[in-house]
Design a protein around this ligand. Structure first.
Ligand code: FES
Ligand SMILES: [Fe+2]
Length: 345
């Protein structure tokens, strides 16, 4: 499987890695172990001891979080992956006793990992998700594993015309007939759906947009960055008013492949702390409200699509293209070009 390696991708939500814990997770077919050192800084190592190949994630943190001890015969490895302790024989450290370590950065409530050339791992390249900064935002986070190729999730989020058919909770005819614009800005792709004069806004959305009656101008803006890190802004305002006056929900939908057919889905919804204590309540409530459609509506259909495609490339199957497909097609082509560029480099 050819993955894009020279890109930051979400490995976990920061909250999934409390101090003292070893977290095992396979990304891009590479088994990894994650932990925090005594300062709280996250680290990622290959999860396979070079002695008899035991998973380090079955071992324990030692030396106050400075090293990970293999569960089998007790070799210890520091954050650079170097073996720092050999409890056997004369204690000499064999030269080959090292594991790979990976650049990892905690930012925007997430742990971002770089699985490509470490020399190129510039933290400035992490896509901007400032609405997930916990200092200023109440952030509700969730995750799930989807048994489908991650590219199908790019299609799902960049083409929200499926809302009317798949998500009765958010359904409104206006979503389908909305005008969609696809834009590209360097290596960033946007899908901007504008739905003017929506008269049939579901009650809870009407409440969220704080427009008790009358038509609402709604929009769904999605920003994609490779490989599959997407931000989604869902906004609404009384028809005719400026978008700046509206209420906007800020969401992240980030996907990292575990393997060709299995994907880690990291989602979040955030509300500004400036709203007061209600921001935390809203984050919890809205996250719970989103979980059901994600798990019970998107996931089964996306997984079934994956099974029907049987591992074939989307374009090789000559898919019928509809109006809402432009952004996903653009993102997929850009992603493939980035992957191709890596494989010839
Ligand atoms: S397998 Fe790790 S020390 Fe033996
Ligand atoms: Fe959906």
């Amino acid at each position: 499987m050819n993955y894009l390696r020279n890109a930051w991708t979400v490995a976990a939500w920061a909250s999934e890695l409390p101090p003292g814990k070893l977290l095992a997770r396979t990304l891009l077919d590479e088994p990894l172990v994650f932990y925090r050192d005594a300062t709280g800084a996250p680290h990622a190592l290959a999860d396979r001891c070079p002695h008899r190949f035991a998973p380090l994630s079955m071992g324990q943190l030692c030396d106050g979080g400075a090293s990970v001890q293999c569960p089998y015969h007790g070799l210890r490895f520091d954050a650079s992956g170097a073996c720092v302790h050999n409890p056997h024989g004369d204690g000499r450290i064999p030269q080959a006793a090292k594991v790979k370590s990976y650049p990892i950065v905690e930012r925007w409530s997430a742990l971002w990992i770089w699985l490509g050339d470490p020399e190129r791992a510039d933290a400035a390249l992490i896509p901007e998700f400032s609405f997930n900064a916990p200092e200023h935002w109440a952030v509700g986070t969730g995750s799930m594993v989807v048994e489908a190729p991650y590219e199908l999730e790019i299609d799902n989020i960049l083409d929200l015309s499926h809302i009317e058919f798949m998500h009765p909770l958010f359904a409104s005819e206006a979503v389908r007939r909305g005008k969609v614009e696809c834009q590209q800005d360097g290596e960033t792709v946007w899908s901007k759906r504008f739905m003017p004069d929506d008269e049939q806004v579901p009650a809870f959305l009407r409440q969220a947009f704080q427009v008790p009656q009358g038509p609402i101008d709604r929009w769904l803006h999605v920003r994609w960055n490779a490989p599959a890190s997407m931000a989604l802004w869902a906004g609404g305002v009384a028809s005719g008013q400026a978008m700046e006056q509206g209420v906007v929900s800020h969401q992240a939908h980030c996907f990292t492949p575990e393997s060709a057919g299995r994907t880690h889905y990291f989602y979040s919804i955030a509300f500004p702390r400036a709203m007061g204590p209600v921001a935390d309540e809203l984050a919890v409530q809205n996250l719970a409200a989103l979980r059901t459609p994600f798990e019970q509506e998107d996931k089964p259909v996306v997984e079934a699509v994956g099974r029907r495609m049987g591992g074939a490339d989307l374009f090789a199957l000559k898919p019928v293209l509809l109006a809402g497909d432009a952004a996903a097609v653009r993102a997929r082509r850009l992603l493939q070009a980035l992957i191709d560029k890596e494989s010839v480099a």
